[in-house]
Design a protein around this ligand. Structure first.
Ligand code: PD2
Ligand code: ZN
Length: 281
């Protein structure tokens, strides 16, 4: 303590706000001196609070809420809006969960039948401009359903909202992909790359993607696994099952690099549901 002057809560709050506004420590010292604060009080306060300006010593952000099932009691199956979904396999880092019995055969066939006539060579969101482009990394054909577009889509979406504990409104419309022999989806991240110039436009609608669920509607005869190269995981594309993974930040450190291995024989059909951090209007 120096003389009669202590670092008051008001001074503390003022320093924090000035640092947050980008003012330098020497500039603050001059202002404090002009306002009548002793140099040693000013120095002590700035030494304590100055690291805030660089981010050092700031408590890390609290963990954000993420989509995912409640696995606190290690359930073998979860009742999701009336369907008993199996929990077949889990990985902590990256967060990956393989589900069985997600869809019935009738639901798989119904989605394929409704999608088939609307298939076009798959476009991906082009992060350079925010538009859509043909992507040579993805050689499947695809289409999107609107959210709630037909009875099967609506039923599946409420099942997924219950299973993953994430509002229906935060999900993109269901994407359907068909991979013919030779088709693949080279490894990529599903979040939008923050450094690409088109990303801010994409994020206006619902914010970042935070999780993906790839559901298998038809198994190929050979090939077509969903791969996670960072951790050497391959998930077999078995009809009615699906692989869920989440990413709490748009960063390769999430280890969520993943791809669709080439289909070697037969046709592989998937439905992908992407979840956003906010309502996707
Ligand atoms: O079809 C797949 O296995 C696959 C792999 C990687 C699908 C996606 N990504 C996707 O739809 O994002
Ligand atoms: Zn993907």
């Amino acid at each position: 303590m120096s003389g009669a002057q202590a670092v008051s809560p008001e001074l503390r709050a003022w320093i924090v706000s000035q640092l947050a506004a980008g003012h330098s420590i020497p500039a603050l010292k001059t202002s404090m001196r002009d306002a009548g604060w002793h140099d040693d009080v000013a120095s002590a306060a700035l030494a304590e609070l100055g690291p805030l300006a660089t981010g050092a010593g700031v408590a890390p952000a609290p963990p954000r809420e993420m989509p995912g099932p409640d696995l606190s009691n290690a359930p073998l199956e979860i009742d999701a809006d009336g369907r008993k979904v199996q929990v077949l396999q889990t990985l902590q880092n990256p967060r990956v969960i393989v589900f069985g019995n997600l869809l019935s055969d009738d639901e798989c066939e119904g989605l394929i039948a409704a999608a088939r006539e609307r298939l076009a060579r798959s476009l991906t969101v082009e992060t350079k401009t925010g538009g859509e482009v043909l992507n040579i990394d993805r050689t499947s054909d695809g289409m999107f359903f609107e959210r709630g577009e037909n009875a099967i889509v609506a039923r599946l979406e409420s099942r997924l909202a219950a299973l993953l504990r994430w509002p229906i409104e935060f999900g993109e419309g269901l994407q359907i992909l068909r991979y013919s022999p030779g088709a693949q989806y080279r490894p990529h991240y599903d979040y939008f790359d923050p450094v690409e110039p088109g990303t801010p436009v994409i994020l206006k609608r619902g914010g970042q993607r935070v999780a993906t669920l790839v559901m298998y509607l038809q198994s190929p005869e050979q090939g077509g696994a969903t791969t996670f190269p960072d951790v050497g995981l391959e998930v077999g594309p078995v009809r009615g099952s699906g692989v869920f993974f989440s990413y709490d930040r748009p960063d390769p450190a999430t280890k969520t690099l993943h791809g669709g291995a080439p289909v070697l024989a037969g046709e592989k059909w998937v439905a992908t549901k992407w979840l956003r951090e906010r309502e996707f209007k």
